[in-house]
Design a protein around this ligand. Structure first.
Ligand code: ADP
Ligand code: ZN
Ligand code: ZN
Length: 660
């Protein structure tokens, strides 16, 4: 009787065998209902092996094989195999996370009629700049796999390069996968793609789509009716029969990294996928990740550069550093910054004050006894939100009302300390009563609809002073915005996280890039206590390559990635002592001695040691050789699976960890 080997969505590194009378190898890649425990589950057939490792009479018969979809193709399984092995993730989980929820239901509603996007009026193509032409010509789709890093300053026309490459791939009958960090932050891009290719099926795939829409779009992509797939990181696993090009926009963005479940980097999976298929991949950014930049420097990726803004009337903004130690600050804002905001107001132009901290103030405190508003579930402070009168933990979401007096000593005079966007909003409105002040952060903009409304207001000139977090930093073109003021950036300069300067530089480059995108000249003012810091000096020069070289040298000297390869074992449970004891046991496993090219560090509490009532520890494994680390990880993981742990303790391995 034929055997079916089935992948199930379980945290187990194994597949499950069943028997099925009529099954053949042609069923590989189809979904199947199978009995499991006392119930039934839906899985994917990954193999129809000649025999099972189990006695055949012990195998249960599989249920119905679903034939509403064509089988998932071999290249899909190869990609999942790679991700499973590379990230130490169970193959069943990898395969199942690639499918939309609707296709994983035992009793799926019928949604077979896929429909690709609606039509809109076409948009003309601009004449390319010489740099754009050179970038496009450097990519030869007939040459098989090639990886390219498109480094272009903000507004240099990277998107136009993507559009032309997409056009070329479509003309060759191919599908294109265009990944963006967060779909909500890029409604303009989606509009541009649809307007450029009005007769082409364009679908988006991201987690905010309703279940039915996501399934419909996924089916259109898998069925080949949609030729352009615009998605967030989860779209990287979508099976696409004619995939000919992968583009990853804002490739440095942290949201390409999945931080729970299977912890993967969609950018890295993308490079692997392109390699497997023998197609080009283009990574674009004004501030590439240091990993990609190092790959370009070592010629593993080709480097394509756009130095000038595409719109000939627009120039890069002048960046000025204000030494805040020499200035009198009111509510954290210096007089010179107020002066230039006033100038903009008088000219009818827009200003953006960037403060990457939402809420009214980061903490409420009692000056009499030293009480501060701590989250009782996390090693973090509760943030004061005056707009809805709550104290809220930004890490676990726990919240409650504002105490009228100090919970410890009863003092009625408790104070907000520090500044967030709400406080700045109120204060700036007082300074400029005639101005229309608009705050843009995750508290004021929660849905995509609200976001589109906000963008419309800004474009329509209905706001004079914008106060924004990183939400406003990315990818937007606001023609009237000519001033960006940056507050409170210093705290990231000396963070314990060694990736913080890289992120801060990228963020400030991006937000600076919002100024002066059109004919009006832009100006950026950064208020800092460290005016001589090399990060700010490089910003003033718009010198990404220079700063990247500095950071890479530091990383090389310290032996950090990309000059070392890392995996992090994390354990979390109700007690830190249990978490650390578990990690100590993992650090003492005999298998470690067999892999002398891998170093295991000491277990330590995570930087944020307590999150949502869980005490978290971590243990770093590192090697100077990626293959050595990859050879070590499966053996180590298996040995860890054999360790005894308290029942409430959870652990996982993250390969190429991004946060510490
Ligand atoms: P980036 O993606 O690098 O930030 P965009 O592709 O959004 O840049 O281009 C910035 C602006 O320049 C857009 O308004 C775009 O329409 C315009 N643009 C792009 N390429 C050209 C070109 N070759 N000629 C004129 N304008 C262009
Ligand atoms: Zn007190
Ligand atoms: Zn919390």
């Amino acid at each position: 009787m034929p055997v079916l080997r089935v992948a199930l969505d379980l945290p187990l590194h194994r597949l499950f065998d069943y028997v099925s009378e009529a099954a053949t190898a042609a069923d590989i890649g189809l979904r199947v209902r199978v009995p499991f425990g006392r119930g039934e589950r839906l899985g994917v057939i990954v193999e129809v092996p000649a025999e099972s490792d189990w006695p055949i009479e012990q195998l249960k018969p599989a249920g119905e094989i679903l034939r509403d979809l064509p089988p998932l193709p071999p290249d899909f399984f190869r990609l999942c195999d790679f991700a499973s092995a590379y990230y130490q993730a169970p193959l069943g989980e990898v395969i199942m996370q690639a499918l939309p929820v609707g296709l994983k239901r035992l009793d799926p509603p019928d949604r077979r009629n896929g429909r690709a996007g609606k039509k809109i009026a076409p948009m003309p193509r601009p004449e390319l700049t010489a740099e754009q032409v050179a970038a496009i010509e450097a990519i030869d789709p007939s040459a098989g796999f090639s990886a390219h890093l498109l480094h272009g300053v903000t507004g240099s026309g990277k998107t136009e390069v993507y559009l032309r490459l997409i056009e070329r791939a479509l003309a060759a009958g191919k599908q294109v996968l265009l990944l963006v960090p967060e779909i909500n932050l890029t409604p303009q891009l989606e509009g541009r793609v649809r307007a450029r290719f009005p007769d082409t099926g364009v679908v988006s795939l991201h987690s905010e789509l309703a279940e039915a829409a996501r399934e419909r779009n996924w089916r259109a992509a898998f069925g080949g009716e949609a030729s352009i797939v615009l998605g967030t990181r989860l779209a990287i696993f979508t099976p696409l029969p004619r995939l000919g090009l992968i583009v990853i926009d804002e490739e440095h963005d942290a949201s390409f990294k999945q931080q729970d479940g299977m912890r993967y980097s969609a950018r890295d999976v993308g490079v692997f996928r392109a390699h497997q298929l023998g197609i080009p991949i283009l990574l674009g950014s004004a501030t590439p990740s240091l990993e990609s930049w190092a790959n370009a420097q070592s010629k593993r990726y080709s480097l394509l550069t756009l130095r000038e803004r595409a719109n000939r009337e627009a120039s890069l903004p002048a960046i000025h550093i204000l030494d805040s130690q020499r200035l009198v600050l009111k509510e954290g804002v210096s007089e010179p910054l107020l002066v230039v905001i006033r100038e903009r107001l008088a000219r009818g132009e827009q200003s953006l004050v960037f403060l990457n901290r939402r809420g009214y103030s980061p903490v409420l405190a009692c000056p009499a006894c030293g009480w501060v508003s701590r989250c009782k579930r996390c090693a973090a402070n509760m943030v004061l939100h005056l707009a809805d009168r709550r104290l809220r933990c930004h890490h676990c979401g726990f919240e409650h009302g504002i105490p009228k007096s100090c919970p410890t000593c009863g003092n009625q005079d408790i104070h907000p300390f520090g500044r967030g966007t709400q406080r700045l909003e109120g204060w700036l409105q007082e300074q400029f009563p005639e101005a229309r002040v608009l705050r843009v952060d995750r508290d004021s903009v929660k849905s995509r609809k609200q976001w589109e409304g906000v963008l419309e207001r800004i474009h329509g000139g209905e706001a004079d002073i914008l106060i924004g977090t990183q939400m406003l930093a990315k990818g937007h073109d606001f023609p009237k915005l000519t001033l960006v003021g940056v507050l409170g950036a210093d705290s990231a300069l000396f963070s314990a996280d060694w990736r913080a300067p890289e992120r801060l530089f990228a963020q400030l480059m991006q937000v600076a890039g919002r100024a002066g995108r059109a004919e009006l000249k832009g100006e950026v003012i950064i208020q800092t206590q460290y005016p001589d810091h090399p990060l700010y000096a490089a910003l003033v020069r718009h010198d990404y390559p220079g700063y990247a070289a500095t950071l890479l040298k530091e990383r090389e000297q310290a032996g950090f990635p990309p000059y070392a390869f890392q995996a992090m074992l994390r354990a979390e449970g109700p007690e830190m002592s249990d978490s650390i004891a578990f990690l100590k046991a993992a650090a003492a496993l005999p298998v470690i001695a067999e892999h002398e090219n891998v170093i295991i560090y000491d277990p330590i509490p995570m930087r944020m040691a307590r999150l949502a009532n869980l005490e978290r520890g971590q243990l770093l494994a590192e090697s100077h050789s990626r293959p050595a680390l990859q050879a070590f990880l499966p053996a180590w993981r298996e040995a860890i699976e054999g360790l005894k742990a308290p029942s409430k303790l959870r652990w996982h391995i993250e390969v190429d960890p991004a946060e510490f």
